[in-house]
Design a binder for this molecule. Structure first.
Ligand code: NAP
Length: 296
């Protein structure tokens, strides 16, 4: 079997087209969704993520405010920016690009964001609501993965899902979304990590394997069953002298071999990545609707 490729770019483009219509409808009511972006320091990868997020906002008509701060500012100045954005009625979502430079207290920063503007879904209030099945901002990458599955026609209910990775931003929230008694969930979920004994024993049983380990070739063809759905969250740089940049991006899955055994598979790039930004846009638009009293 050769797998069908899940086209994350196309699915994301379709979702963004729908969001653009929503934003245009809001504009008729005088509402413009606003995202306040904070970037601390000059890490090139963080800069390019922030630029991509702001460009995506522009494309669908979301106002985005750029706050680029020096890595040398003290924590209290960062907190002052967050407090200002918390109070600004033009801003419906606040995003601080992570990771922060080392000397900042990331948890204190996250706790300072108004949970009603926490469009990354990382504030403990939103995490608690997600775990207990209440309406909350869902973290963008895990929610993007679930939307990819749904829009590709994959039945999540009753599926055996194995997630490789237990980080706070991908593995843990994804497991929580997938076990909820909800249209996004009802799966049976196993979460694996570096202390898991015999990873392949788990992945071979899975109807859906989701790799979020951060290492190339973590999932090989021998580790999945015939016809499994394989979602690759990983983004890794590997040296490639044929590329101008000297590297290329690969996921955590041995794509070429796994695609000969899976029924559906996401590529890297062009799979999960475009969905992450799309779900950030979605959360920002939802937040603006909520602030305007248009949602329950
Ligand atoms: P992370 O914080 O480094 O977590 C990696 C997780 O994978 C850890 O729980 C680790 O286990 C587990 N792990 C690593 N190697 C393993 C192995 N060989 N077998 C089993 N478990 C293993 O990474 P993350 O932030 O979750 O990100 C994961 C990957 O997704 C990265 O490549 C990242 O760049 C990518 N990512 C992509 C997007 C996107 O939009 N496409 C968004 C976020 C992240 P322990 O807990 O035991 O250490």
């Amino acid at each position: 079997m050769t797998a069908k490729i899940i086209d994350g770019k196309q699915i994301a483009a379709d979702m963004r087209a729908k969001l653009r219509t929503d934003v245009a409808d809001l504009a008729k009511k005088g509402i413009v969704p606003g995202l306040g972006v904070i970037l601390v320091g000059d890490d090139p990868a963080s800069k390019s993520y922030v630029t991509a997020k702001q460009k995506a906002c522009e494309e669908i008509g979301i106002y985005s405010e750029d706050n680029r701060l020096s890595a040398s500012i003290p924590q209290n100045q960062l907190m002052a920016h967050i407090n200002r954005l918390n109070k600004d009625p033009k801003i419906h979502g606040i995003l601080t690009q992570l990771p922060l430079p080392r000397h900042f207290d990331e948890l204190e920063m996250l706790m300072a964001i108004d949970p009603a503007k926490d469009v990354d879904g990382f504030h403990p209030v939103n995490v608690g609501k997600m775990v207990t099945g209440q309406k909350a901002f869902l973290p963008c990458t895990p929610h993007g993965v679930v939307q990819l599955l749904i829009k590709s026609g994959v039945k999540i209910e009753g599926a055996n899902v194995v997630i490789v990775g237990r980080s706070n931003i991908v593995g843990k929230p994804l497991a929580n979304i997938l076990i909820q008694k909800s249209p996004l969930g009802n799966a049976t979920v196993t979460v694996c990590h570096t202390r898991t004994k015999n990873l392949a024993e788990h992945t071979k049983r899975a109807d859906i394997v989701i790799a979020a380990a951060g290492h190339p070739n973590t999932i090989t063809a021998g580790m999945i069953k015939d016809g499994a759905v394989v979602i690759d969250v990983g983004v890794n740089r590997v040296e490639d002298s044929t590329k101008k940049a000297g590297y290329r991006l690969v996921g955590d899955v041995d794509f070429e071999n796994v695609k000969e055994k899976a029924s559906l598979i996401t590529p890297v790039p062009g799979g999960v990545g475009p969905m992450t930004i799309t779900m950030l846009l979605y959360n920002t638009v939802e937040s603006a609707k909520h602030a305007a009293g248009l949602l329950k």
